[in-house]
Design a protein around this ligand. Sequence first.
Ligand code: PEP
Length: 255
Amino acid sequence: MYTYMKRPLIAGNWKMNTSPAEGIALYKTFLEGKKKGGFRQELEWLVLPPFTHLAGLQNLGDIQVGAQNCSHQSKGAFTGEVSVDMLRDLGCRYVLVGHSERRQYFKEEEEELTGKVALLLESNCIPIFCIGETWEEREKGSTETVLERQIQEVFGHFKAISSEVVFAYEPVWAIGTGKTASVEQAQAAHAFIRQVWTRFVGENKAQSTRILYGGSMKPDNAEGLLSQKDIDGGLIGGAALDAEAFLNIARQFPK
Ligand code: PEP
């Protein structure tokens, strides 16, 4: 049963940046900034630091801490992997799955992504499932085909999806490039994702599913994106390492 309300979500993906000590300092700067106010009250805050930072950031403040990845195996002889249970023990409720950098550099595909989502849902964790087209795919007019395939190839394996899933629409051509999707491009993609998701969870749940935009979001382009009907928050990479920029993006959520 869905028991959450649709709160806007801001999530900062730190990728492989900062030392553990720098991560604590950055987190504390966010806490200080957050105390000053000026943010939409129900805004949900999340940072996604490297695994090595998770223990040190636990219980430091009211900004949630999640993970950038997890293993698709539950435990055992998988050297170098980190399991969903380990992450849960460290207080992670949200875990990114299928970020385009993982798809591109680590060749993560259907089987691994499905395994990760299955373990997260079983453990009452919330996958932030990333999807998005490359520039070539957009130019060919296949954005919708790609988005639909990325959803279907993973969620098509589940009989019923009763726990929360968050989507992140991240056009690959906009990640870390300084190019952002226009508000029209982003809104159209988000509306399409919601329409596809309706087939999996029905109208009510699809309407209350959060779909984040990610791809070079910055203080000066966030307001237009975040005011779109189907954009329920942001997944922020580069700008999430700059406390002032991250806080200024958080200030752009419509009141
Ligand atoms: C990301 O990596 O999820 C991301 C959105 O990066 P950036 O904001 O740097 O484009």
